[in-house]
Design a protein around this ligand. Structure first.
Ligand SMILES: Nc1nc2c(ncn2[C@@H]2O[C@H](COP(=O)(O)OP(=O)(O)OP(=O)(O)O)[C@@H](O)[C@H]2O)c(=O)[nH]1
Ligand SMILES: [Mg+2]
Length: 300
């Protein structure tokens, strides 16, 4: 037999509307941050793997951008990424924010999954996330409503924030994972490079401090990533904005905002890689970069 130990392994596409908690859920399962998270929608922009290996199985989670109707090349790129991961996946993990009423976006995702179920019969597990925010009185009506969108799917009430029921959800996924040798060695948790993560973290910091339309028009490019030693990395990034006005907002009075953004990012990157981080940030205006395919595919 090619798989004597009965080991299981597969790709799990993590999909759902923006802000449902997809990235948080994967970080929480891994017990480590591999995906950036923010209170604003459209945080994740490309596919990111989160690999969780146990004695019996390897779960290869594929974090995807939240599904919305695209308005520019960046949006189309994000939706393509989410679609691609659906095609490739062995199992679909659909994350729904149970603390909010079902939205038109949720219904649309439900419809898409129902259509697909007839074609490829891929198993779907519905993670009803943010259960920590759900009032007891609403549990039945909310879960019933979500279940009605995809009656054939397994489901679980979970909280990425508190870690509630994640083990049970993993059991549900494991039950439908294909028998297969592992794809990755058991000490790998992601394929995202530290360089890419650094760019993501700078953007996460921008999302954290800035409001309204500014964050959505921001891209980050790493100009330099140098591991001086185990103890020191020196990194230079350019934060790209779409409007001149936004440049002023990102820099702030006497550079105060850029300082805050940089300080938070530096702390986060240092916590992830260990040791000290030296981070330089610049800001540049590039009108319409979100409609430039080359830029869209190269940036965080
Ligand atoms: N209370 C609560 N908040 C959560 C939970 N999971 C995620 N959040 C919060 O929800 C917000 C969105 O989380 P993300 O993980 O960035 O959501 P996402 O689905 O990856 O969003 P996009 O990448 O924009 O599609 C953040 O502010 C999280 O802290 C949870 O279980 N409970
Ligand atoms: Mg995300």
């Amino acid at each position: 037999m090619s798989n004597p130990g009965g080991f299981k392994c597969g790709y799990i596409a993590v999909i759902g509307r923006p802000n449902a908690g997809k990235s948080s859920l994967i970080n929480s399962i891994l017990g480590q941050k591999v995906n950036i998270v923010s209170a604003k929608p459209q945080t994740t922009r490309r596919l990111q793997l989160g690999i969780y290996t146990t004695e019996r199985e390897q779960f290869v989670f594929c974090d995807t951008p939240g599904r919305i109707r695209p308005r520019n090349e960046l949006g189309r790129h994000m939706l393509r990424a989410a679609d691609e991961s659906l095609e490739e996946a062995d199992v679909v993990l659909w994350v729904v924010d149970v603390s909010r009423k079902v939205s038109a976006q949720d219904k649309e995702i439900g419809r898409k999954l129902r259509e697909r179920a007839g074609e490829d019969g891929k198993p779907v597990v519905v993670a009803m996330n943010k259960s920590d925010r759900l009032a007891h009185g609403d549990v039945l009506s909310r879960t019933d409503r979500i279940r009605s969108l995809l009656p054939s799917a397994q489901w679980m009430l979970v909280s990425a924030k508190r870690g509630d029921n994640l083990d049970m959800m993993l059991n549900q996924i494991s039950a439908v994972l294909p028998a297969r040798e592992e794809y990755f060695s058991d000490d790998e948790i992601t394929q995202t490079s530290m360089r890419q993560l650094a760019a993501d973290i700078v953007r996460e910091s921008v999302l954290y401090y800035l409001q309204k339309e500014v964050p959505h028009g921001v891209g980050v490019e790493v100009e330099q990533y140098k591991e001086e030693s185990d103890k020191l990395a020196s990194i230079a990034v350019t934060i790209i904005v779409e409007k001149k006005r936004h440049k002023g907002i990102v820099i702030g009075k006497h550079g105060s905002m850029l300082k805050l953004i940089g300080a938070r990012a530096r702390r986060e990157i240092a916590a992830m890689r260990g040791g000290k981080v030296y981070l330089e940030s610049y800001v540049k205006v590039e009108e319409g970069w979100r409609n430039d395919i080359q830029q869209v595919t190269s940036m965080a």
